[in-house]
Ligand binder design. Sequence first.
Ligand SMILES: NC(=O)C1=CN([C@@H]2O[C@H](COP(=O)(O)OP(=O)(O)OC[C@H]3O[C@@H](n4cnc5c(N)ncnc54)[C@H](OP(=O)(O)O)[C@@H]3O)[C@@H](O)[C@H]2O)C=CC1
Ligand SMILES: O=C(O)CCC(=O)C(=O)O
Length: 476
Amino acid sequence: MEFKNFIDGSWEIGTDTTTNINPSDRFDTIGIAARSHAEQVNQAIDSAFEAASSWANTTPQQRFDILDFVGTEILARREEIGRLLSREEGKILTEGIGEVARAGQIFKFFAGEALRSNGDHLPSVRPGVDIDVIRQPLGVVGLITPWNFPIAIPAWKIAPALAYGNTVVFKPAELVPGCAYVLAEILSRSGLPDGVFNLVIGKGSVIGPQLIENKKISAISFTGSVPTGKSIAADCGARLKKVQLEMGGKNPMIVLDDADLDVAVEACLNGAFFSTGQRCTASSRLIVTEGIHDRFVSTLSDRMSKLIVGHALESTTQMGPVAEVSQLNQNLDYIEVARSEGGNVQGGERLSRDTDGYFMAPALITETNNNNRINREEVFGPIASVIRARDYEEALTIANDTPFGLAAGICTQSLKFASHFKKFSQAGMVMVNLPTAGVDYHVPFGGIKGSSFGAREQGTYAAEFYTSVKTAYVMP
Ligand SMILES: NC(=O)C1=CN([C@@H]2O[C@H](COP(=O)(O)OP(=O)(O)OC[C@H]3O[C@@H](n4cnc5c(N)ncnc54)[C@H](OP(=O)(O)O)[C@@H]3O)[C@@H](O)[C@H]2O)C=CC1
Ligand SMILES: O=C(O)CCC(=O)C(=O)O
């Protein structure tokens, strides 16, 4: 397959290309992808700029119909696209299909938003004057996405951008051009005028700065690593360009003595190891109180060691490969760091298979403390560490002692502790007796502290980023 750029309503691949390889089976080439050059990126920006004014003035019905069409087609093709996703990114097929369904639902949700979005009408403090607070699109938005959710994250940026009347230049992660291409192909048949949606595939370090520096782009929405996010924010700040960042996490899951052991183990197994731990919401620090610690560790480690690691498309597989070799090496390095810090490592070995995929066993590291590097830095792999705590108060202090603040969880049967945690945990998303990862598509997503910057994504809150507010005073 050829994964082409979509610029001003036309498909093109250009001369410079990359090869897209299946991380489960490195003998399986999925396709050849465009690697955009500067001229193509400029054409995409120009065409989005040209299209912005007429798209901003389309009716809500036109925008609803287009986004609803996209959502319907994605949902109808969830198995086929889910297969491509799993082949390309490496999450297991049920997770791949689930992610595609989520992307379809996101388009449907924002189709509705195109109809629902409104402003406020208020009386003035001056007699006879009316005030309207109106939401207006920003113009052209640049969307930069990571590899770990290759269709859901693009969906939750593209759908609100279009619903609220913006035009788009979309740059997916180079590792996952297939899902981006399929999404663009559906959008290309949805009735969108030329230039409203553009896809430029290629290297982030080349395309990213071009998007940020170009004056025709009004705003950048980014999901990915902390260093890239910080440099994007600094560059946007210097140009007074609106920016939204979703970055890493070092998400705590507290397990209290009174927790239901099965619930806690299930939540941690899912939160730490599903999707090969490649979720910014993954539970990477398991903070466990003394009374349940040993039972919890022994049950979780037993369940972890039975997880079947293998080819993402095999029906028996419970954990697929790591998405790429540099991420695999980073994971294995962190296991050695944890060992050298005194951690007791179970699992975490490199696994070899005939298909030469990037497989490793999930790892549980016990007897760690919160100052260890393994507990301070985001790893982004199937690795969780366990930290002992005396009681709830100490567990909460440890949970909050991190530069990150994306998701935080607690397993307890105590309403008192759950309610206290909901209020005092320093995170944008809090889960009680549920995994820290795996969120709904219709409510806000994002964090505090070093995890996020700017307005929230998803749900009706997405309007905060994708629109600006105008206040109109009228004396009729
Ligand atoms: N919070 C999250 O959801 C995610 C966090 N991460 C974290 O980041 C680490 C590294 O992953 P990685 O994929 O390299 O993350 P990056 O932050 O490098 O990549 C995320 C996106 O940004 C693009 N990008 C890269 N450099 C620039 C730049 N200078 N300007 C603008 N955009 C740029 C990438 O393009 P390209 O792919 O072409 O390089 C990709 O589309 C992981 O180990 C993990 O810790 C990773 C993925 C998701
Ligand atoms: O946990 C989820 O459902 C979403 C996670 C996510 O968006 C991410 O890892 O980037």
